[in-house]
Design a binder for this molecule. Structure first.
Ligand code: BGC
Length: 738
């Protein structure tokens, strides 16, 4: 035993030394190369392009290339080292040709080729918001690992994911792209995705570079309106929005993408406080930053209005810490002039180039610039990936209401209605790329059939259009139970799809009324990329399941849950509000002077909206199983540098099931107002009927603090805690930090 430990220590020490040598080796190769580079070659490295850059037209005229086709111009630009990176998928053949062109240049510097493979390359996994409802770090890592080789086969070595923006506002369309409204959840799953995509060795030929985005606080856009300004205290930034980025950096993320918006008046793209003081100096990030799409240009007079185009904005962005410019060409056009005018120091330019080269070396591109298609193909098992997609889909479904109609019986006559129940494209969700178009696994109606259910489809209505009332009544009339699709099309969420109204539209409300009037039991399956305000559904449907956009195996995964082939697993990672006007509505809001529910003067004077209940329709952490659980003997005990939370959890129903035991904490007396509850840990437990298990969740004391005037502190004193099935219930217990 002793020997084993010694051996393990030796191995770890040797590994550390090897890594240190590897890092030193990379650094010396970076510096060696940098020393040989001309100014033009350095500027080339700073530019990411979608094709031949416009800025090179002048240079090409002399070579009689100005009339050449775009592809030839692109290859010429690559050979000349005018491009450091390309955006887009071009397939392996083109990728390899382009890398050969790059390597045949004077210094032979390979290209970074990036694309938005957010939750799919070939196989489509659930949108991140849906995947977060699985509360399963390991699953996120497995999805990342499966996506990496599929992405390589699309001709990429880099993806712009994970989005680790904490999103509190359901109006913001990009809430679909992240892991919901909690900082801890977003940190854990974002870091897991980075580990999956990049693997232990990013240079092994089967992994790709990840990109944590959008740095930072993009999810706090005022009014939930995309690209809008963000104003917030530095302490809130540090406690809520920065931790997921820190976690991604600690997981070794290769690249970070600053966000489009202005943060406290300064666009993130030129914000030195964010990009250098925090990201580089505090977090120790030594990868590269890549601007968002044309975001450097957007700092200029026509947009944000904080810089002139060309030299001015190039100097400001580089000084701030923006290494590479995506698609706009201010670096290409302005860096030389900025140097000449003294707006930009050589050292600043060199550091940006170093950061970019470092990522290229870490990816092993200098040693293996081309994709070994055969070897990578062997790593891609599409059937296994589809099985993984099915597991993700099953785990992403969240059952929100069930009066006993679920699980459905296979032999019941099930009427399936609504266009989204017979749709595969919308199951992929926003940023889906070219997901597998396998309708057998993707459409809900097909999923029911594959599972052997007696299901019959009739469209009856579109989500936002035609409703055939007669047909809907007929379909319901013939059936034992109705499964009806609700929600929004995937084109209604994602980037720049903010909404002022997140309620069900009039067509869907009408469908709901018709179904309720038939007195036939009906299950509402909600396809959406954001939490919707749908209290009517909570009242009128017999069962509600949110099925998001679950990807290639959406139909199968949903059917598996609705038919009870698997037990419901998903729990919400956002609140579902009563109405749009409540947004942002999130469980972890801070305490107020007149707390709702406990204020001594009663509800009339406590914080509230006159016309909506204080509670969310479905709160953060919520989700039903087909069995029930009871909590007893909740306790919290401080043990050195951790607090051990414990509860006896019993399965009180007749089916087996898994419960997600969640730990919430409130610092009772602090220097500043604290969240009324904040998630600090969770653990999943599988229980047979009647079984009880003691569940313990350990929480580091160091995670119980908050930031005051820029300094993180953990204060001694009293804390309240809840070990509970979701954020809105539980017996309050307490503990004290000395
Ligand atoms: C989005 C990014 C994305 C980039 C490149 C931008 O519009 O904000 O999330 O990575 O485009 O496609």
């Amino acid at each position: 035993m002793k020997n084993t430990v010694v051996a393990a220590v030796c191995t770890a020490a040797m590994l550390l030394a090897a890594n240190a040598n590897g890092a030193a080796d990379v650094e010396s190769r970076v510096n060696e190369l940098l020393a040989k580079m001309t100014l033009e070659e350095k500027i080339g490295q700073l530019s990411q392009s979608a094709g031949a850059p416009a800025s090179m037209a002048a240079g090409l005229e002399s070579q009689d290339m100005s009339k050449a086709n775009p592809d030839d111009r692109l290859f010429a630009a690559v050979r000349e080292g005018r491009i450091g990176s390309l955006i887009g998928r071009r397939g392996v053949k083109k990728y390899n040709e382009l890398q050969r062109a790059a390597m045949s240049g004077r210094l032979g510097i390979p290209l970074l080729v990036g694309h938005d493979m957010i939750h799919s390359a070939k196989t489509c996994y659930p949108i991140p918001l849906a995947l977060s409802c699985a509360w399963d770090e390991d699953l996120w890592e497995r999805v990342g690992a499966a996506m990496a080789p599929e992405s390589i086969l699309q001709g990429c070595n880099w993806t712009f994911t994970p989005m680790v923006d904490v999103a509190l506002d359901a109006r913001w369309g990009r809430i679909a792209e992240g892991a919901g409204s909690d900082s801890l959840v977003t940190s854990l799953f974002g870091a897991a995705m980075v580990r999956g995509l990049q693997g232990e060795d990013m240079a092994d030929g089967f992994h790709i570079a990840a990109c944590a985005k959008h740095f930072v606080a993009y999810g706090a856009a005022m009014g939930g309106r995309d690209y809008n300004a963000v104003e917030m205290s530095d302490d809130t930034l540090r406690d809520v929005y920065l931790p997921p980025f820190r976690a991604a950096v600690e997981a070794g993320v290769a690249t970070v993408m600053p966000a489009f918006h202005s943060f406290n008046g300064i666009p993130c793209s030129v914000n030195r406080y964010l990009l250098t003081d925090i990201l580089r100096r505090e977090f120790g990030f030594d990868g590269m930053t890549i601007s968002d799409y044309a975001a450097v240009k957007e700092c200029t007079v026509a947009c944000h209005g904080v810089a002139e185009e060309g030299a001015d904005v190039a100097a400001k962005a580089l000084y701030a810490g923006m290494d590479m410019e995506m698609v706009s060409e201010n670096y290409a056009n302005g860096v030389a002039e900025a140097l000449k005018k003294g707006l930009l120091k050589r050292e600043t330019l060199d550091n940006a180039v170093r950061n970019i080269l470092r990522v290229k070396f870490r990816l092993g591109l200098f040693d293996h610039p081309e994709i070994d298609e055969d070897a990578v193909s062997k790593k891609v098992d599409l059937a296994a990936n589809l099985a993984l997609a099915r597991e993700c889909a099953q785990k992403g479904v969240v059952v929100l209401k069930n009066d006993g109609v679920l699980p459905l019986k296979k032999e019941s006559k099930i009427a399936v209605v609504g266009d989204l129940a017979d749709d595969w494209k919308d199951m992929f969700g926003c940023w889906a790329g070219s997901g597998v178009s396998n309708s057998k696994d993707t459409k809900l109606i097909e999923g029911f059939k594959v599972d052997g259910a007696c299901a019959k489809y009739s469209r009856c209505y579109n989500m936002d259009g035609k409703l055939d009332e007669k047909e809907l009544r007929r379909a319901a009339g013939e059936a034992d139970v109705v499964v009806a699709a609700f929600g929004e099309y995937s084109r209604e969420n994602g980037e720049n799809n903010s909404k002022v109204r997140i309620e069900l539209n009039p067509v869907q409300l009408k469908v709901l009324d018709i179904l309720a009037a038939t007195k036939k039991p009906f299950v509402a399956v909600v396809f959406t990329g954001r939490p919707l305000a749908m209290p009517e559904l909570a009242r009128k449907a017999n069962a509600v399941a949110v099925a998001w956009n679950l990807g290639s195996a959406a139909g199968l995964g949903i059917a598996d849950v609705l038919l009870g082939e698997v037990e419901p697993w998903g729990r919400l990672t956002t609140d579902f509000p009563n109405a749009s006007g409540e947004c942002p509505k999130f469980y972890s809001r801070t305490t107020t002077g007149r707390p709702n529910g406990t204020y001594e003067q009663g509800p009339r004077w406590s914080t509230r909206y006159r016309d909506a209940p204080d509670k969310s329709v479905w709160p953060f952490g919520f989700g039903l199983a087909y069995t029930t659980f009871e909590y007893a003997n909740e306790s919290a005990r401080v043990d050195g540098d951790k607090v051990v939370f414990s509860a006896d959890v019993k399965n009180t129903g007749a089916r087996k099931g898994t419960e997600l035991v969640q730990v919430y904490v409130r610092d009772v007396l602090a220097e500043t107002v604290r969240p009324r509850r904040q998630l600090k840990g969770f653990k999943r437990v599988a229980l047979e009927p009647g079984e009880t298990q003691k569940v313990e969740v350990e929480v580091p004391v160091a995670s119980l603090g908050y930031t005051l005037n820029g300094k993180y502190r953990v204060e001694p004193g009293a804390f309240e805690a809840w070990i509970a099935p979701h954020s809105d219930v539980g017996r309050k217990i307490g503990f004290e930090l000395k």
